[in-house]
Design a binder for this molecule. Structure first.
Ligand code: ADP
Ligand code: MG
Length: 341
C-alpha cells in the first residue's frame, strides 16, 4: 500500500475505535483466515460474579462410603439432603467456606478472586488475614489463613493458621487433595457455563464456589460475521473444557475449535500449533496471559480495556472492547487495500 492509503486506512480505523500499529498490520489483517478468541474478558465481559457456594462434608461425608450419594455436597440453593454422614469434625457452613475462600483470595488480582472477595463482602462475611499467599498461575491460589477458630472449629491446630487451596482440579491434585468427591457438583456448575473452584482446608475438600461471567452482547454476531466471511473461529482459554464449551455454544463456536485448560505459558504455543497448519491467525485477547500469544500470532489484537502488557504485545487495539470490531479491522484492511490496487 502507498503511504497515503495506509494513512487513510489507519485514520478510518481510528475513527472506528480500531487502532492499527502501523501499515504492515493494516495490510496483513485482510489475509487472516482464523480468529482465535480468548474467552474471559474478550468474548465475555470479564466481570465475574459469585453465584454458588456448596459445602462439602469434609473427609468423612465426602467419601460417601456406603451412602446413597456419590457426591457429598449440600447447598442451600438446591435443597438436597446430605448423605447423613456426619463428619467427626463440625461441619462448615456456607459462610465458613466462603470466608476461607475469600480470605485466601484476598491477595489475588484475578477476576475469579475479585468476584469471590466481593461476593463474600456483599454477604457481610468478615474476611480474615492471609499469610504466605501464593498465586499458582492457571491453577489458583494457596494461602495460610488465620480464621481464629471462626470456621466452625475445624482447625485441629491451635496455632491459628491453616492452609487453604482455592482453584481447579489440577491445583488440588498437585497438593495431594482428591477433587473427585466434588465431581458431580463441578460438572453441574460447569455445564451452566460457570467457573467452579474447589476449596480445600488443611488437606480436606470442604467446598466449591462458582463464578459466572456474562457473554458480551455482540460476541455471537462477531462470530457469525467472521464465519460468513469464511474465517475459522476458535477459542483459547485456561478455563476448563466444560465451561469453555458452554460459552462456545452460546456464541456459535464449533466445539472442535475450543482449546481449553491451556496454561498461561502454553497459549503462545497453542497459537503456533494452529499456525503450523499454514493458517494466518488473528489472536484476540486482553490478559497478561495472552501477551505472548498476541505476539506470535500473524495479527495480535488486544481489547482496549485489557492489560497494558497485552496492548503492547498486540498489533491492533480495539478501543470499544467489542468483538464485532474484529470484523471491522478485517474489513478496513480489505477495503483500504482494494481501493489502491
Ligand atoms: P483464563 O485463561 O480464563 O483467563 P487462567 O489461565 O487465569 O484463565 O486460569 C485458569 C484456571 O485456573 C481458572 O479457570 C481457574 O479454574 C483457575 N484459577 C486461576 N486463578 C485462580 C484464582 N485466583 N482462584 C481460583 N482459581 C483460579
Ligand atoms: Mg482474558
Amino acid at each position: 500500500a502507498t503511504p497515503a492509503a495506509t494513512m487513510v486506512g489507519t485514520t478510518i480505523g481510528a475513527q472506528n475505535g480500531v487502532l492499527f500499529k502501523g501499515g504492515d498490520v493494516l495490510e496483513r489483517a485482510k489475509d487472516v483466515d482464523t480468529v482465535v478468541f480468548d474467552k474471559t474478558g474478550t468474548l465475555t465481559e470479564g466481570e465475574m460474579e459469585l453465584t454458588d457456594v456448596v459445602v462439602f462434608d469434609g473427609p468423612e461425608g465426602a467419601r460417601a462410603d456406603g451412602g446413597e450419594r456419590t457426591d457429598g455436597s449440600r447447598s442451600s440453593s438446591d435443597h438436597r439432603s446430605d448423605g447423613g454422614q456426619l463428619a467427626e469434625r463440625e461441619r462448615l457452613s456456607e459462610d465458613d467456606v466462603l470466608r476461607l475462600a475469600a480470605t485466601a483470595e484476598s491477595g489475588s488480582e484475578h477476576p475469579l478472586a475479585r468476584a469471590i472477595v466481593d461476593g463474600a463482602e456483599e454477604r457481610g462475611i468478615e474476611i480474615g488475614s492471609a499469610e504466605s499467599f501464593e498465586n499458582v498461575p492457571g491453577h489458583g491460589v494457596r494461602a495460610t489463613v488465620d480464621v481464629s477458630g471462626e470456621a466452625g472449629g475445624t482447625s485441629d491446630s491451635s496455632d491459628g493458621g491453616g492452609e487453604v487451596l482455592v482453584g481447579n482440579r489440577k491445583l488440588l491434585r498437585e497438593n495431594g487433595v482428591d477433587p473427585d468427591p466434588a465431581a458431580e457438583t463441578m460438572e453441574r456448575l460447569e455445564n451452566e457455563g460457570k467457573t467452579a473452584m474447589l476449596i480445600a482446608y488443611e488437606g480436606d475438600l470442604v467446598g466449591v464456589v462458582a463464578d459466572a461471567d456474562t457473554v458480551k452482547e455482540s460476541a455471537k454476531s462477531a462470530v457469525s460475521q467472521l464465519q460468513a466471511r469464511g474465517v475459522d473461529v476458535m477459542m483459547l482459554t485456561g478455563d476448563n473444557e466444560r465451561t469453555a464449551r458452554a460459552v462456545a455454544e452460546a456464541v456459535g463456536i464449533n466445539p472442535e475449535n475450543v482449546r481449553a485448560e491451556v496454561l498461561p505459558e502454553d497459549k503462545s504455543d497453542a497459537v503456533e500449533v494452529i499456525q503450523d497448519d499454514g493458517r494466518q491467525a488473528m489472536m484476540v485477547g486482553d490478559g497478561v496471559n495472552d501477551a505472548p500469544a498476541l505476539a506470535v500470532a500473524y495479527v495480535g489484537t488486544a481489547i482496549g480495556s485489557g492489560t497494558d502488557v497485552a496492548i503492547e504485545a498486540a498489533d491492533v487495539t480495539l478501543m470499544r472492547d467489542d468483538p464485532v470490531d474484529v470484523v471491522k479491522a478485517i474489513r478496513i484492511s480489505d477495503a483500504t487495500l482494494q481501493k489502491i490496487k
